[in-house]
Ligand binder design. Structure first.
Ligand SMILES: Cc1ncc(COP(=O)(O)O)c(C=O)c1O
Length: 396
């Protein structure tokens, strides 16, 4: 049996690949503080299950390929509240933001084309690109510059005749960066100058802690080039619902997307019912969640600031922080924390940083921490991380 070279070339997710070590540690009775995965612990609003329980169709039938109308209308209303006007035909329900990303890459790029991204970037972008033989062209950003964008000249040097789209996350995963208005205007200029597509992954739109958030959907001049990727996973703490969407005013793009959606028939019916109800959650819910994450951000930042030799980004959004650790290799250290180390039977798991880079050798001493635990647990996790770093034999 043949296994495609394309799929063999995929890398394992840095967020999940240490799971066997965690499973073994748990089997030995260790408690693990999971900072490796962006799985919020906030309760999913009751509207989700309440509406699913009321579902009384006699058959769980196939739904519309584009998505169920009540959900499309709920999403449209949600954007309206964010001052963005979309028509029903601009919105395509997907199996999470993940499928939205995969469909966007598949629809915009041919084999051998390039996607321009800013590294470090959400590691699964690699898999979405490689599955379609699309190459990542990564523009470096640095911890020292707070992972903000380099100048227009630097970005333009990465654009080749093969570049078909810029793919970025705002607010950023894994960096927590929130782009300034000037950075956004620069991206808009570049996109229009080279007539590229802009895939704006805005799944963390509500998770901004200092100042205002602006969507790329606010730039009217981008209407023909913009594809927004969105999801209920983080917004409503409904990661397992697997409901996201692709939004674009470019009719040529959406005509082609509909064909892709038809090929996979439809998204799960019950989850679409639940997701439509989630969008009726009062905005006070989102504000409370935002305040809770802001507290968590401040708690983890305070804990990290106390650790000697550790350098941390200053996250403004999403729920991640990138750190440079005073160790030879963050992945080895992560495994050591799971296999060899504990404080009173407890340890910490995080995602090694190298998986968020395309450039070989980058991120070896870095890690991504997801602050998705309550403040008390985060404080304990930071104490354990500090103790682990102090005891680790592979210090720099
Ligand atoms: C930046 C970013 N985009 C997209 C996704 C995919 O989310 P989902 O498929 O659960 O909507 C994630 C998940 O962590 C993410 O961090």
């Amino acid at each position: 049996m043949n296994i495609s070279k394309r799929v063999q070339a995929l890398t394992t997710s840095p967020i999940r690949r240490l799971t066997p070590y965690a499973t073994a540690a748990k089997a030995k009775g260790k408690k693990i503080y999971h900072l490796n995965i962006g799985q919020p612990d906030i309760e999913t609003p009751a509207q989700f299950m309440d509406s699913i329980r009321k579902f009384d169709d006699k058959v769980v039938a196939y739904g519309n390929s584009q998505g169920e109308l009540p959900l499309i209308h709920a999403i449209k209303k949600y954007y309206k509240e964010w001052n963005m006007d979309f028509e029903d035909s601009d919105i395509y329900v997907t199996n999470g933001g993940s499928e939205a990303l995969a469909l966007a890459v598949m629809t915009l790029c041919d084999p051998g084309d390039e996607l321009l991204v800013f590294e470090p970037y959400y590691a699964n972008y690699n898999s979405f690109a490689r599955t379609y033989n699309v190459n990542i062209n990564a523009v470096p950003t640095s911890a020292e510059e707070g992972y903000h964008l380099p100048s227009k000249e630097v970005i333009e040097k990465h654009i080749t005749p093969k570049t078909k789209a810029i793919l970025l996350t705002n607010p950023g995963n894994p960096t927590g960066v929130v782009y300034t208005m000037d950075e956004m205007k620069m991206i808009v200029e570049i996109v229009l100058k080279y007539d590229l597509a802009l895939i704006a992954d805005e799944v963390y739109r509500e998770f901004v802690y200092d100042g205002e958030y602006h969507s790329f959907g606010y730039f009217k001049e981008l209407d023909n080039n913009l594809i927004i990727v969105d999801s209920v996973s983080k917004r409503y703490s409904a990661c397992g619902a697997r409901i996201g969407c692709l939004v674009s005013k470019n009719k040529q793009f959406t005509t082609e997307i509909l064909k892709c959606c038809q090929a996979r028939l439809c998204c799960p019916m019950l989850e679409q019912v639940g997701a439509a109800a989630l969008y009726t959650t009062p905005t006070s819910y989102l504000q409370e969640v935002n305040q809770e994450y802001k507290k968590r951000r401040d708690t983890i930042a305070a804990g990290l600031a106390k650790i000697p030799g550790l350098m941390s980004s200053n996250p403004k959004g999403a729920f991640y922080v990138m750190v440079k650790l005073p160790v030879d290799d963050a992945e080895k250290f992560a495994i050591w924390m799971l296999e060899e180390f504990d404080v009173n039977g407890e340890t910490v798991m995080f995602a090694p940083g190298n998986g968020f880079y395309d450039t070989p050798g980058c991120g070896v001493d870095e890690a991504r921490l997801a602050y998705v635990l309550n403040c008390e647990d985060l404080e304990k996790a930071m104490e354990i991380l500090a103790a682990g770093l102090a005891a680790y034999p592979g210090k720099k």
